[in-house]
Design a protein around this ligand. Sequence first.
Ligand code: F6P
Length: 360
Amino acid sequence: MAPVQRLGILTGGGDAPGLNAVIRAVVKSASTKGIECIGLEDSFDGLLEPNRSRRLGPRDVTGILRLGGTILGTVNRGNPFDRQIATSEGTRAYSERVIEMFRKMGLDALVVIGGDGTLAIAHAFSDLGIPIVGVPKTIDNDIVGTTNCFGFDSAVDFATDAIDRLHTTAQAHHRIMVVEVMGRYSGWIALYAGVAGGADAILIPEIPFDLGAVAARLRDRERWGASFSIVVVAEGAFAKGDTLTLLEPERIDHVERLGGIGARVCQGLAKESSKETRSVVLGHLQRGGTPTSFDRVLATRFGAKAVELVLRGEFGSMVAFDPPHIIARRLEEVVGKTKKVPMDFDLLQAAKAMGITFGD
Ligand code: F6P
């Protein structure tokens, strides 16, 4: 195989703190090996037209380590494989156009930084012959095969700070405060931020809850003199026998949008207890802002490892954190799956042992 001379980089899916740190690490490590980097705008859309990309050298990525978002832009749309698009050269199937432009632009390989959806698309393009190395990203931390995704630590840090702030107002008003955090199908953010913030109840998608059990636990606190409580709810949590709470169902170009379970839990707890209750949704605030030092380091290690895999010709792979190492995994091992909080996870067990209720 001929050595890689031109490397495309793109970011796809919802943004996460640390995307720019990965881009910077890829560009800097590639350029020291004499590889030219091309930044593609707005995920795979950057391959639809020649004017949707730009050359990235070390100078272009200087100073972006600490920036949230992505200098390349991103999109969080559905599967491009079932879409036709209008291009400057006529209507084409999206995937055919991407492959055509990849060749026309003289690219030799791609580094694709994204979550489960983007990595599944990367896997499909890899099967169609595009040499790809994936980098796992999501604040939800639900990609299998990697202990951490960058962005997760920053989101947990933000949510913990928010819970700390809610504690003081909850205590002052003797209220139950419910905070809804992200986490579509897994409760990693809720569990970590809930424990770090000293929550009294943590509701996660892995454990369908019984609101009566949550209310009973909060009443216990009253008995020993705690006049307030904090409840952390993952957006994907649901009551026993119930389903997900959606803001919008799945559309042709977008996956289902979750949200609203925090408000429902808040209303339910108001009925089940004699206390005043309030709820707050942290939403996209969890995805913004500067990455923590942990995420900057992880993102940098991921970016450098991705270039190492490109140099070795290990395509169809994804970099992963297997502490203390950064390793390569095959994309087919990780796509289409969700990493859930295991029921025997020691943090979950520790939380339960301390009396934090999960509503089960
Ligand atoms: O997957 C990460 C995530 O932040 C989810 O937790 C959340 O449900 C989703 O993205 C929101 O995406 P959007 O940016 O499309 O609203």
